[in-house]
Design a protein around this ligand. Structure first.
Ligand SMILES: *[C@@H]1O[C@H](CO)[C@@H](O)[C@H](O)[C@H]1NC(C)=O
Ligand SMILES: *[C@@H]1O[C@H](CO)[C@@H](O)[C@H](O)[C@H]1NC(C)=O
Length: 358
């Protein structure tokens, strides 16, 4: 009798242990699922702990390079280390195969080219050049710098450091003449939308390539007038636009809109809004330029980025007297979210911030 009773008790105890064990195991799994492995990355897929060192295989790869030498593939390797989803190659400018480009036809401007086929084919058949320059395209390692327009550049004498880069990218109507000591004198690419373009022809530098960053269908129409040297009709813009751009067709390119889409939705996490332009989902030109550089340059530097909101009387731009306090709540941009993204790039050593404003 007592043997059977004992046996029953042992069985009961075993069952209880199994049930408890299962509960403990599931709870642990749930716990790990919520807080464990997955929490290494933020909502967008960026590594949370960004001050980590370069992966071992990379540090040995770059260990033997002399100081200051261009490190092949460095920006992409750093980016992949903090954002494993980063991989896709994307050319800087549209060429005649643009319509085959991944999903570029699914979105309207600024995130794609839906409905713009005819006008873009017309532009590209006249410009006939789709790279930077033969010399820059054939470099085995390219260092690029994006020069922002921030007042933070004033009196920092970064000009000669900026000019050392192979490719110097400037934005809209940011002048060079008279500011060389602080912003350098070289311009390889000038990224522009119609409202931001220089309105005085004499301000365009001779050797730079004019790159349209199209945000609206009218922007491509505007470029077509420019390329075909027709009279510019300036309707449909939010301020007056340049009517003359003293550039020959072979000096003109169209920026790949993939970078606008990737910056907005993949990197910054702005609202998708069904892929349409909407409140607060347009990245600034500077961040689009950095995104372009991440895909196309071995090393990426930036200067003149970041607003010092703690000092309302500091200058907003390096070239005019508007104060920081003049900055308004923006309908199109989300400056705070964008800054979060740029800070990840700086902390993860993906980009070097020469003026320390990010
Ligand atoms: C770097 O230099 C060391 C010592 O000269 C050598 O053993 C190593 O193979 C080199 N690494 C690379 C990637 O060239
Ligand atoms: C830059 O330096 C000049 C000359 O020393 C000075 O007059 C000016 O106030 C400085 N600007 C800023 C923003 O510090």
């Amino acid at each position: 009798m007592s043997f059977i009773a004992n046996f029953r008790n042992v069985l009961l105890a075993l069952c209880l242990m199994l049930v408890l064990g299962f509960l403990y195991y599931s709870a642990g799994k749930l716990h790990r699922y919520n807080w464990g492995q997955d929490s290494q990355y933020d909502r967008l897929g960026f590594l949370l702990k960004l001050d980590s060192r370069l992966p071992l295989e990379l540090s040995s790869q770059y260990a033997n390079l002399s100081d200051g030498a261009c490190k092949p593939g460095y920006a992409k390797a750093r980016m992949t280390a903090i954002f494993p989803k980063f991989s896709k190659p994307a050319p800087m400018f549209l060429d005649r195969s643009f319509s085959k480009w991944a999903r570029i036809q699914d979105f309207l401007p600024p995130f794609g080219l839906k409905g713009q086929d005819g006008i873009i084919k017309g532009i590209l058949s006249e410009t006939k050049e789709y790279g930077i320059t033969p010399a820059l395209d054939s470099l085995s390692c390219r260092r690029c710098i994006i020069v922002g327009n921030g007042g933070i550049l004033t009196n920092k004498s970064l000009g000669s450091k900026i000019d050392e880069y192979d490719i110097v990218v400037r934005l809209n109507g940011a002048p060079v003449k008279g500011f060389e000591k602080d912003v350098g004198s070289k311009t390889t690419l000038r990224l522009t939308y119609p409202e931001g373009a220089f309105q005085r022809p004499e301000l365009y530098e001779k050797d730079s390539i004019f790159v349209l960053t199209g945000f609206k269908p009218q922007d491509f129409k505007w470029l077509k007038y420019v390329v075909y040297k027709e009279k510019v009709l300036s309707d449909g813009f939010w301020k007056s636009v340049a009517t003359v751009v003293p550039k020959e067709p072979h000096e003109i390119r169209i920026m790949n809109p993939y970078f606008i889409r990737e910056a907005a939705f993949t990197f910054i996490g702005l609202p998708l809004n069904n892929g349409m332009m909407g409140r607060g989902n347009i990245p600034t030109l500077g961040t689009v330029a950095i995104t372009m550089a991440l895909h196309n340059c071995d090393e990426v530097g930036v200067a003149g980025f970041g607003y010092d909101m703690t000092n309302p009387s500091a200058p907003l731009h390096y070239y005019e007297n508007i104060k920081m306090s003049a900055i308004k709540e923006s309908w199109t941009h989300n400056i705070a979210k964008e800054k979060e993204f740029l800070r990840k790039l700086v902390k993860g050593h993906v980009i070097a911030d020469l003026s320390n404003g990010i």
